[in-house]
Design a protein around this ligand. Structure first.
Ligand SMILES: NC(=O)C1=CN([C@@H]2O[C@H](COP(=O)(O)OP(=O)(O)OC[C@H]3O[C@@H](n4cnc5c(N)ncnc54)[C@H](O)[C@@H]3O)[C@@H](O)[C@H]2O)C=CC1
Length: 390
């Protein structure tokens, strides 16, 4: 790590006790200096603040690995195109960031520290802007999509099908961000629940979460014929990493979406590939997509769908928490299968640990939770492996 990078990492750590105040101060400075930038951000900044903090923290952590750092920056640059952020905005962002650090790093701040931050930020901003401009030559910043299907599967869950006005490239397992006209500039990620189709339509599984602006709008206030905005596809939870291994897909709730897309994609390429899809829900009534999964299963003998209910022992199938139920299931694929896990963060952490205890090596377990290793470690040591099932 360069000495500038080390200084940046050390001073950033000083913000931690005051992280919320520091991010609020950052936005205050930025909008006071550059009021026109306010229009690029959502009306309420609460969720935005948390996100900025998470993104900055991950970026600073990745400073030790220059390739990962640059890769993250390029992704961020591309992602920010949909907000309208461009090269000329970065100096104001850098100035607000340095002002924030100067205030919150207090005694640790000196000209050497300021020079390190200025150098690292300028290089980072250049990488982001270069990536955004290269991307602009190939794809739009966002896509307009027409809602062509809207099924309320439960009071709080809808399955929407959206057809983008122009091709939106993605791979099974990736997610897109969505903005509704009800909440301008508020974007939320949803996984695409289908393998790419000839008509380019994307199916999304949305649960309206309490006080969820976009999820509530999509479930309760959206109908066929409406339009939404879609951001570019992102995410690494794709099939490339599994090559032609058997697949064990473990989903919780609407975390089913990307795993259903992976199953469709894998079966389209090889109908004989063994796929076990374990899908957990709290009650049988929450298995909102079971009829569609059973139809897929009937058409593909290599696919086995195993619904697991947590609080509903009368529902017929296995019950209990998904990670525990997994350990009790007979005839799971062999340890050389590849697993994909998606659902609530705590369920993903517990499931990853259960799979490790079943003998599955960490590099064969894919998930989309950026801070999962810390969460799994927080659950205590993994028990000795060794149950290798066939
Ligand atoms: N809609 C989408 O496209 C996607 C959603 N997700 C995530 O999937 C999650 C789905 O949430 P909901 O549908 O509300 O799921 P939910 O809260 O209804 O739970 C689904 C399953 O996870 C289990 N579970 C929940 N908490 C657990 C814990 N602490 N330990 C062990 N098991 C636990 C439940 O027992 C149940 O079997 C959300 O966190 C969402 O962000 C992830 C990717 C895509």
């Amino acid at each position: 790590m360069s000495s500038d990078a080390r200084i940046v990492k050390e001073t950033f750590a000083l913000l931690e006790p005051n992280a919320d105040r520091a991010v609020a101060y950052f936005y205050g400075r930025l909008f006071a200096e550059q009021p026109r930038l306010r229009a690029l951000f959502p009306p309420a900044l609460d969720a935005q603040r948390d996100r900025v903090l998470r993104v900055l923290t991950r970026l600073v952590w990745s400073l030790e690995e220059p390739a990962a750092f640059e890769d993250r920056l390029r992704r961020l640059g591309r992602e920010h195109r949909k907000l309208g952020l461009c090269r000329e905005h970065y100096p104001a962002v850098g100035a607000a960031l340095v002002a924030t650090l100067r205030r919150f790093a207090a005694d640790a701040w000196n000209p050497r520290v300021e020079a390190a931050w200025t150098t690292v930020f300028a290089a980072a901003a250049r990488t982001m802007a270069d990536a955004a401009e290269a991307d602009a030559a190939r794809t739009p910043p966002w896509w307009l999509g027409e809602v062509v299907g809207h099924e309320r599967r439960r009071h709080d869950i809808a399955v929407l099908t959206v057809r983008p006005g122009q091709p939106l490239p993605y791979a099974a397992g990736q997610h897109v961000t969505v903005q509704t006209s009800r909440w301008p500039r508020v974007w939320r990620p949803y996984s695409v629940a289908n393998a790419p189709r000839p008509d380019g339509a994307l199916t999304l599984h949305v649960r309206a979460v309490p006080a969820g602006w976009v999820s509530g709008a999509l479930v309760r206030h959206t109908a066929v014929g409406d339009t939404v905005m879609l951001g570019p596809a992102q995410g690494d939870m794709t099939l490339d990493r599994a090559r032609d291994r058997d697949l064990l897909l473990v989903a919780g709730g609407t975390g089913l979406a990307p795993l259903k897309a992976l199953a469709e994609q894998a079966l389209a390429a090889d109908p004989g590939r063994r796929i076990d899809l374990v899908w957990g829900a709290r009650t049988a009534a929450e298995l909102y997509d079971l009829p569609a999964l059973r139809t897929l299963e009937a058409a593909c003998p290599a696919l086995r769908v195993i619904p697991v209910t947590a609080d509903d022992p009368g529902s017929g199938g296995p019950h209990g928490a998904v990670p525990d139920a997994l350990k009790r299931l007979e005839d799971l694929p062999a340890a050389d299968a590849h697993a994909y896990v998606c659902g609530p963060a705590a369920m993903v952490a517990r499931t990853v640990r259960a799979l490790r205890e079943l003998g599955m090596p960490p590099d064969r377990i894919a998930h989309d939770e950026p801070d999962l290793d810390a969460a799994v470690a927080g659950l205590g040591p993994v028990a000795a492996a060794g149950i290798t099932r066939s």
